[in-house]
Design a binder for this molecule. Structure first.
Ligand SMILES: Cc1cc2nc3c(=O)[nH]c(=O)nc-3n(C[C@H](O)[C@H](O)[C@H](O)COP(=O)(O)OP(=O)(O)OC[C@H]3O[C@@H](n4cnc5c(N)ncnc54)[C@H](O)[C@@H]3O)c2cc1C
Length: 254
């Protein structure tokens, strides 16, 4: 609605999807399935998410304010494809696939990283509806954390957002590392070089600092009304180090 009011888009037809049955459910069947119509409040209050997909429920609890969380959906957050979308980093670290359906061509499933093709640009055909998201299983020894940096606690778009998901073995060594960031480039992305540096290690100061530097090198922040690119590049490694330490401690304790 805001894009229409600003004259950025001028759709001929609006389709109301709020009452489409069966695409708001959250359930597990090997993977975790989250329906496109699940609202931010649904995500923030869901007990499975709070327990094993905490980065998602926490990110949802930080979107806008109470009103936005009550009506805004995960499908809208993803299809909006904002560089600052809070749910994108957590969904990326959980290996999300996007489920879409069209009347003529049926169903297909696309990895989220391929679905978000650019700033406010998604790989959705005009006749396709996003029905939901399928996420990797999060078992024992795995934890996830999302941290949002903003100028205030509510009604705030992220200056930097970071999600980390780690799996650790019994010795505390990282067996799987996933890191994704938003608000530091045209699209949120997985920091693959940093991830590779962390796998097989018990994260010490030097290794975490090296991984943080790799994320900064992969980022392309801009100056905007919320922060300068320089500030984003300063904040990013410090917040990452903090999030990684918290996530590792939580994964080792599970
Ligand atoms: C005041 C305010 C504060 C906000 N704060 C934040 C914030 O802090 N963090 C953040 O990440 N976002 C924020 N947003 C952005 C946005 O409102 C939310 O991300 C919300 O999740 C959007 O969901 P929606 O269901 O309202 O989508 P809509 O706004 O209705 O839709 C967004 C786009 O996605 C398309 N779309 C929606 N659902 C589907 C579907 N199932 N299949 C295909 N296309 C679909 C629509 O056609 C439209 O192009 C804010 C917005 C406002 C107005």
């Amino acid at each position: 609605m805001m894009q229409i009011q600003r004259g950025e888009i001028a759709p001929e037809t609006l389709v109301h999807i709020e009452r489409v049955a069966g695409i708001g459910d959250i359930y597990e069947n090997g993977r975790l399935n989250v329906g496109a119509l699940a609202t931010h409040l649904d995500l923030a209050h869901n007990l499975v998410l709070i327990d094993r997909y905490r980065s998602i429920s926490h990110a949802a609890s930080l979107v806008g304010g109470w009103q936005t969380q009550a009506v805004g959906t995960i499908g809208g957050n993803v299809c909006n494809a904002s560089p600052a979308a809070d749910l994108l980093p957590p969904l990326l670290v959980h290996g999300a696939n996007v489920r879409v359906i069209s009347q003529g061509r049926g169903k297909r499933e696309v990895p989220l990283a391929e679905f978000i093709v650019g700033r406010r640009n998604i790989a959705r055909e005009p006749d396709e509806l996003v029905t939901g998201f399928s996420l990797d299983k999060a078992g024992g020894g795995t934890a996830d954390v999302y941290r949002k940096v903003g100028r205030r606690g509510a009604m705030e778009v992220a200056v930097v957002g970071i999600a980390v998901r780690l799996s650790v073995d019994e010795d505390g060594k990282i067996s799987d590392a996933r890191v994704a960031v938003c608000s530091v480039g045209p699209v949120p992305f997985r920091a693959s070089a940093a991830e590779q540096t962390l796998v097989g290690a018990i994260p010490d100061r030097d290794r975490v600092a090296a991984a943080a530097q790799m994320i900064v090198e992969q980022s392309e922040p801009i100056d905007d009304v919320r922060a300068t690119a320089r500030y984003r590049k300063m904040v990013l490694p410090r917040v990452f180090e903090n999030v990684l330490t918290e996530c590792h401690a939580r994964a080792a304790g599970r």
